[in-house]
Design a protein around this ligand. Sequence first.
Ligand SMILES: Cc1cc2nc3c(=O)[nH]c(=O)nc-3n(C[C@H](O)[C@H](O)[C@H](O)COP(=O)(O)OP(=O)(O)OC[C@H]3O[C@@H](n4cnc5c(N)ncnc54)[C@H](O)[C@@H]3O)c2cc1C
Length: 480
Amino acid sequence: MEQTTSGRRAFLKAGVAAAGATLGTHAVRAGEHAAATAGSTSVPDGAAFDVIVIGAGFAGLAAARDCAQRGATTLLVEARNRIGGRTFTTQFAGKHLELGGTWIHWTQPFVWSEVRRYGLNITESPGFNPDTIHWLAQGRLKRGRADKVFPLLGEGMRKFCDVDGQSGRTVFPRAADPFFSKAVAKYDDLSMQDRLDRLRLPPDQRALVGAFLALDCHNDPRLAGAIDQIKWWSLGDFDMETMNNKLGRYKLAEGTSALAHAMLGDARVDLLLSTPVRTVRTENGTTTVTTTAGRHYTGRAVICTVPMNVLKTVEFSPPLSAAKMQASHEEHIGKGTKCYIHVRQKVGNWMGYAPFPHPITAVWTDRELDDGTLLVCFGPPDKLDINDESSVQAALRTLLPGADVVSVTGYQWTEDPFARGTWAMYRPHQTTRYLDPLNAREGNVFFASADSAHGWKGFIDGAIEGGVRAAHEVITHLKG
Ligand SMILES: Cc1cc2nc3c(=O)[nH]c(=O)nc-3n(C[C@H](O)[C@H](O)[C@H](O)COP(=O)(O)OP(=O)(O)OC[C@H]3O[C@@H](n4cnc5c(N)ncnc54)[C@H](O)[C@@H]3O)c2cc1C
């Protein structure tokens, strides 16, 4: 597994992922994964399988496990030299650090079922429940106790989601069934910024809501569909505190990689790491997957879990539907930064917010360290150079005056050719245009991704939802 060490200028760049892909094909029979590096098995060129799963993120891991457990010979082909996709557990000061997807919740049904199945545990992130909050409003730094500031933010978010006079309940009456209400189509052209502008909130509330929206869309709220935020609100039971607890309070004590490895180790799956797929061709009922190294594998069915923003880089024959290609070319807008900032000060349980285009839209205490505090920080794309500690320090000091940055640790997901983004947040119109087409089967090729989940779209839970669904579709297809 790629690891980053902490220290000055300690970070992972996209280059590391790309470099990982050049390490040479690494074939591992899952179930023997712990001994993988010592005793790799090999998959001969031209080998035939019932199912080939492309991508070993949580969608691919769930799909491959379920197919294999139901008796299908299964090959899992992964571009990077590790499994986990947009989740990536590394170590910092002897403890887990999640560079990608992190927080889960027991009301997320697919991931929680895996947590229970494999006997994993959760731990709390204290900083998402802070004592004090700083925020920037009209260029001025404001400070307040969280028990005063959160209600202001929560009321603002309720107003934001209240497009229908019922707190968004008529838009997503069933959060996991996105098209249950026709009202979705009515609001799908509305951007987050347009919705915010219509509200005419008082300056402090507007600044807090603006920052929260920028955090959630991981970009400029002008590019984001308001409907995705309303969906999160519905998934959060139409309540700010409940939504927050689901979004950022609980994480896997053993790390997301422990879950990924538990899933992989639970079935007989052949795994190829460092093996990017270049083409997927179906002829005479058989689908051939060809890697960038020119190796071929055939499957009676393929499950493609390549992210929405990456799909266009794989060549399909027959070509993918116009809707899938258009979605991939338009891309979702989750493309911002996530990094950890080690500061020398003990800042306590603290949180900071600033609206777009500030380079840091949200930052909070991840944990106290012996020699300071570790903050977790989110910002929009191209605003914060996480390789430049002095610019990170300058940005942070606008929210936390006097902060002294010791190191910055992060991973540049958007520059990673196998991610090209972070969590999926759609542009206006994309929900009605692309959500269902992205999931639609094309011949022998089935699709699954967090980026097009019905429930927790953009989350680990959504990835597993897609993988479980696609595996069932494939097994049914193979039996037929
Ligand atoms: C910074 C960040 C923070 C996040 N925070 C949270 C959070 O707190 N909670 C949460 O639930 N979710 C969070 N997410 C989102 C969550 O991590 C993802 O939505 C989810 O993990 C995606 O799973 P997936 O399997 O659909 O896609 P991925 O994990 O992206 O898996 C797809 C796999 O396909 C591989 N691949 C791509 N192209 C090819 C190719 N040509 N050939 C072979 N393989 C290929 C990729 O390498 C990857 O392994 C976060 C994501 C990021 C990046």
